[in-house]
Design a protein around this ligand. Structure first.
Ligand code: NAD
Length: 444
């Protein structure tokens, strides 16, 4: 056994929210330079303890070491960008219709933010969903995935060593389905920022609507990646491999639907399947390993059932489809039809369907034939085709000649349709996690 973590109770959630609410009383008026110093220090400590964090990610959630190192890099960039946010909380002066009246609006932090994180990127999301609210003077109660309690505790110690005042960042470990509703509906919680499955996200959306909470949701995906006839095939194959197989496909932005122009379809499929079957499935600490274990029985059953249903209904398994213990070999399917679960549902494993398309319009229509809309990608040398795709694809994010898996702290990150609600990002979070106060001064 790796660890034992407390199964937090409803009382623990209430105590954590009360603590965060009390801490907000003074933290709300902390100075930008102090929050900036704490966040810079947190980045310095994450850099210092990089190896320890990587070890936790490898041991706790089965991250291959390269994915774990990627999480640390991203965590550093989020902390540093958040330090910069502390000085960007500006207001406005507004011309008034009343003679002698000076009118302005100023931003205030909102209070306690509930940050709920998924198992697959616990450091990236643990940092991101906490450092931005903290940068703005809010306090946080974090409910991490029950699969990643060690990382969450370690993050709390990091903030504490960085000098964050007591009560500003709080973690309650436990089962979200038992204690989550208490957190998201607590009267002192002003906002919920959630990353996880569509199912839980939809439930939280309903509660937040009913209880009047601000909300951002970052949910699942079934991202399309299009390869046109004029694409640089080598680049497109590398992009597709990285987009679907990183962390054994347990990535929200994973390009699990690939649409390839019919004239290069056979060549693409052969080379793509060749690259997929060559991915390392060894020791997680070997930098050559890309494919690690699938997190839980439940997730393994889902991936298995998607592959088996596709097999039974006549899909062609070009490579993979089998398992080594709890690891699913990279699986490339062709001939997938709408009656197969893998056609429309998120598998959250290393499974990708490749479809031929004849025209750009077909690629756009196929990309949009989904309830999801998180990320999308197109490979082409034709700028007009690229822009036509960009303008017409129903997706929160779209990348030209780059994979679907990409994130930076200062971009509007998020999805449309069932993939999300609201956006994350330095600018977006300033809007979401502060509130306006309109002020007038009548001059004599
Ligand atoms: P999940 O929905 O099972 O769990 C996410 C979190 O929700 C956990 O912390 C869990 O404890 C909590 N939770 C469960 N019930 C709750 C409730 N009633 N109230 C409040 N919280 C509750 O998701 P998961 O399996 O951990 O993560 C995988 C999913 O997350 C995938 O669908 C993936 O696409 C998505 N994801 C999205 C993004 C993004 O940025 N869009 C990033 C990473 C993962």
């Amino acid at each position: 056994m790796l660890t034992e973590a407390a199964a937090g109770s409803v009382d623990d959630i209430n105590a954590a929210v009360e603590t965060a609410h009390r801490a907000f009383g003074s933290f709300r008026s902390s100075l930008p330079k102090d929050r900036e110093r704490i966040l810079c220090k947190a980045a310095e400590l994450l850099e210092r303890d990089r190896v320890e964090f990587i070890d936790i990610l490898v041991d706790e959630i089965g991250s291959p070491i390269r994915k774990a190192a990627f999480e640390v890099e991203k965590g550093l960039s989020f902390l540093r960008a958040a330090a910069g946010m502390t000085r960007q909380v500006t207001g406005k002066t507004i011309p008034s219709d009343v003679p002698g009246k000076f009118s302005m609006s100023i931003r205030s932090p909102i209070g306690v933010v509930a940050a709920i994180t998924p198992f697959n990127v616990p450091l990236i999301k643990g940092v991101r969903l906490s450092c931005n609210p903290i940068a703005l003077g809010n306090t946080v109660v974090m409910l991490p995935s029950e699969a990643a309690p060690i990382l969450a505790h370690r993050l709390a110690r990091l903030y504490s060593e960085a000098g964050l005042p007591e009560g500003v960042f709080n973690v309650v470990t436990g089962n979200g389905y038992e204690i989550g509703d208490t957190l998201t509906t607590h009267p002192h919680v002003r906002m919920v920022t959630f990353t996880g499955s569509c199912r839980v996200g939809q439930h939280i959306r309903e509660l937040c609507g009913k209880h009047g909470k601000r909300l951002t949701l970052e949910l699942g995906g079934k991202s399309p990646l299009v390869v046109m006839e004029d694409a640089n095939l080598q680049q497109a194959i590398a992009g597709a491999v990285q987009s679907i197989f990183m962390y054994q496909g347990q990535v929200c932005m994973g390009a699990s639907r690939v649409y390839v122009h019919e004239n290069v379809f056979d060549e693409f499929v052969a080379k793509f399947a060749g690259a997929a079957s060559g991915l390392g499935i060894g020791d997680l600490r070997d930098p050559g390993t890309i494919i690690g274990p699938i997190i839980s029985n439940r997730q393994r059953n889902r991936a298995r059932s998607h592959i088996e249903a596709a097999r039974e209904k006549g899909a062609n398994i070009v490579t993979g489809g089998d398992w080594i213990d709890n690891r699913c070999r990279p699986t490339v399917l062709t001939g997938v039809t709408p009656d197969m679960t893998v056609f429309a549902e998120e598998t959250f494993g290393p499974v990708v369907s490749v479809y031929p398309i004849a025209r750009l319009e077909d690629a756009i229509a196929a990309s949009n034939d989904s309830n999801f809309g998180l990320s999308a990608a197109i490979y082409t040398q034709d700028i007009s085709a690229a822009m036509q795709y960009v303008m017409n694809v129903e997706s929160g994010m779209v990348h030209v000649n780059g994979g679907s898996l990409h994130d930076e702290p200062h971009v509007p990150f998020g999805g449309t349709k069932d993939s999300g609600f609201g956006r994350e990002g330095t600018e977006e979070d300033i809007e979401a996690m502060t509130e306006w106060k309109w002020v007038t001064i009548q001059m004599q």
